[in-house]
Each structure stands twice: as structure tokens, then as C-alpha cells.
Design a binder for this molecule. Structure first.
Ligand code: PLP
Length: 357
């Protein structure tokens, strides 16, 4: 039997959560930070229209989608890359730019998928501590050494839900040398209160900074797998070499373009998610549990011990409420709960209250 490369044989696959409920119980998935609301009629109509030419390969230049993103964010379409989720873009970036012996610096609770990518290319990881679930730029700078080629930050953080002020990211960039790439994963940035963080796209124009975003969160298209990023032009040429040509289906492109053009729906979703997050956070805090203040579509709850977290997880699951255990992040005493529609949020608070009782 043919053997995989030794680094692949030695690594574990990126772990997705178990989303099954006990037999006979209808599961409510609060484990994957999916959107609370289904796609709009306009998005579904766009998919339907795209299906009419389903016999053709998709537009490998993402022309319509890039135009929609560029118009909303006032960007140069030529610097936008679209992929099958921002995961594909991160994967391409690591594959094209990071190799054996290189090191990647990230923070303690940064998105776990980066750890998988680093292992895949046999690179090393330098992990900086966070301070009470908040990224500490000085600690991250301390984690950068002579072999570091990439610094990875997630803003807002997953699973912390906390925001780094973009001024701090600018300070981070200024302190890094030009040969170190900075990747800012902004998968949840659209949930942040408007005006809190002025956009960072100008850093990309200066080179050596990359920003990725997604349609999986506030635009509610996780199942269609669309991510995008803003890149320096030289990087686009090299990233496209390692991406699957025509990988993003025409249906996904059409859905994402329609969702991007409907900023009103996105704004309404932001406000509604904030309201539901507040409802959940207050309900859980009233039970005497610590909820880390979040500006995303999820909250991290501290159950004080791994045993209590495991027991609360089991109790919630027995009621069909599937939340995310956090052992993989080194936080076995915590659970992460995605924001969903109001009845599910109330059911979660009620279940935690019943468990406490
Ligand atoms: C921090 C972070 N980045 C990226 C992603 C992946 O997003 P996509 O669906 O665009 O691949 C996720 C998904 O949960 C995430 O939490």
C-alpha cells in the first residue's frame, strides 16, 4: 500500500464537532457558528438563475462576485481572490508561502485550522499567550523569531469572541519586518459594532498583509462555501497556482454576490444577532456563570472546571442542544455556544438553569 508523506501520516485530521443528538431527540446545532437565519428570497433566486447554465464551468475569474465585493468595500477587484471558504484561501497561502523549517506565530486561542495547515507543510508553530481571552500584541511580537514567516491573528477571535482594536493590528504590522507576512482572519468582522474598527484594507496596499473574510457567517452561506480575501497583486499570481481552478461553483458565486449586494439584510442580521447574543449572555450570567464578552455570533462560557463543562455539555445534548466543547483549544472548562433564533437561546438558558439546579 502506498504511504502518505510522513508529516501527513503523523498528523490528525482537523476535528469537526459531533453534531448528533441522542436517539429520538431533534438536534439544534449550536456548535459551528453558523448563521441563525436562512438565505433570503433574492439569494435563492440568484442561485436558481445560475442553475439555468449549470452545464457550463463556472467563471474562474469570479467577475460578478468580485465586482459586488469591490463595490461594497471600495476595493480594487483585481486584488480580491475568492475561494471555497476562507479555509481554502488560508490553505493556499500556507501551501504557497510556508515550508518545512519555517515558523508561524499565532495566539493561544487562534483558529485551530491554522495549526492543521502548519503541520501539513511541516512548519513549526510559535504560540503567544492571550491575556484573559484578549490578544496581546506584545506577547505575539515576542513569539516572532528569525524563522517566522507568517503571523496569524483572528479578529474578532474564535473562540474568544473578543475584538482587537485595529490600531493594535497596525502597531503589530509596523513592528514586523517586511519579510514577515501578516494574515488577519476577519471571518466575524461584520458582527462588530459599526464604527468600532475602521477597515484595514489599506495595509494590504502596503504589501505583506492579507485579510480574509467569509460568506459563511453574517451572509449565512456556510453551506455554499464562499470566502474571499484581499491580497497584494504578486501574491495573487502565486496563490492561484495552488488553488483548484474553477473550484467555486457558479451557484455559490451567484448566491454570494446577491448576499453581498444586500447590505440591508446584513445590517439587520447584525442587530438581531447582537440582541439574541445579549439575551443569551444575560441569561447565562444570571446563573452565576462567566460569559466572555463577545462581538460575534457565538459566546464562550466558562463552567469553572472540565468536569462541570462536560456535565453541562451532556445535559444540553440530552435536550438536543449541541454546543461546542473547547478541549481542542486548551479550554476544557469552557463551552462555546453559537447564536441562533430566540426559542433556541431561551431553551439553552433554561437547560443550563435546570442543570445548575
Ligand atoms: C476564525 C475562523 N476563520 C475562518 C473560518 C472558516 O470560514 P469559511 O467557512 O469561510 O471557510 C471559521 C469558521 O468557523 C472561523 O471560525
Amino acid at each position: 500500500m502506498i504511504e502518505p508523506r510522513p508529516v501527513i501520516a503523523a498528523m490528525a485530521a482537523y476535528a469537526l464537532p459531533d453534531t448528533t443528538a441522542p436517539e429520538g431527540v431533534e438536534p439544534v446545532i449550536l456548535a459551528q457558528n453558523e448563521h441563525a437565519f436562512a438565505p433570503t428570497a433574492a439569494v435563492r433566486a440568484a442561485v436558481d438563475a445560475a442553475l439555468a447554465s449549470g452545464q457550463l464551468y463556472p467563471d474562474s475569474e469570479w467577475t460578478n462576485l468580485r465586482a459586488a465585493i469591490a463595490a461594497v468595500h471600495d476595493l480594487d477587484p483585481a486584488r480580491i481572490l475568492c475561494g471555497c471558504g476562507s479555509m481554502e484561501l488560508m490553505s493556499a497561502l500556507v501551501n504557497a508561502y510556508i515550508g518545512a523549517g519555517d515558523r508561524v506565530a499565532m495566539t493561544e486561542y487562534g483558529y485551530l485550522f491554522m495549526r492543521t495547515l502548519v503541520k501539513m507543510v511541516d512548519a513549526g508553530l510559535n504560540v503567544a499567550p492571550e491575556r484573559d481571552f484578549q490578544v496581546d500584541v506584545d506577547a505575539l511580537l515576542d513569539a516572532v523569531d528569525a524563522d517566522t514567516r507568517l503571523v496569524f491573528v483572528v479578529n474578532p477571535g474564535n473562540p474568544s469572541g473578543t475584538v482587537i482594536a485595529n490600531d493594535e493590528i497596525r502597531r503589530l504590522r509596523r513592528a514586523l519586518t517586511d519579510d514577515v507576512l501578516l494574515l488577519v482572519d476577519e471571518a466575524y468582522s461584520e458582527f462588530v459594532e459599526p464604527g468600532f474598527n475602521a477597515p484595514l484594507f489599506d495595509l494590504v496596499d502596503a504589501g505583506n498583509t492579507v485579510i480574509t473574510r467569509t460568506f459563511s457567517k453574517i451572509y449565512g452561506l456556510a453551506g455554499l462555501r464562499v470566502g474571499w480575501g484581499y491580497f497584494p497583486p504578486e501574491m495573487i499570481v502565486n496563490l492561484r497556482k495552488v488553488m483548484t481552478p474553477g473550484g467555486l461553483s457558479q451557484l455559490s458565486q451567484a448566491a454570494a454576490a446577491a448576499a453581498m449586494r444586500d447590505q440591508q439584510t446584513a445590517s439587520r442580521a447584525r442587530a438581531e444577532i447582537a440582541r439574541l447574543r445579549e439575551l443569551l449572555s444575560r441569561g447565562i450570567a444570571a446563573l452565576g456563570l462567566r460569559v466572555i464578552p463577545s462581538q460575534t455570533n457565538f459566546v464562550l462560557v466558562d463552567l469553572n472546571s472540565p468536569e462541570r463543562a462536560a456535565a453541562a455539555y451532556d445535559f444540553l445534548r440530552s435536550r438536543g442542544l449541541i454546543v461546542r466543547p473547547m478541549g481542542g483549544y486548551g479550554l476544557p472548562h469552557c463551552l462555546r455556544i453559537s447564536i441562533a433564533e430566540e426559542p433556541h437561546m431561551r431553551a439553552t438558558v433554561d437547560a443550563l438553569a435546570a442543570w445548575q439546579a
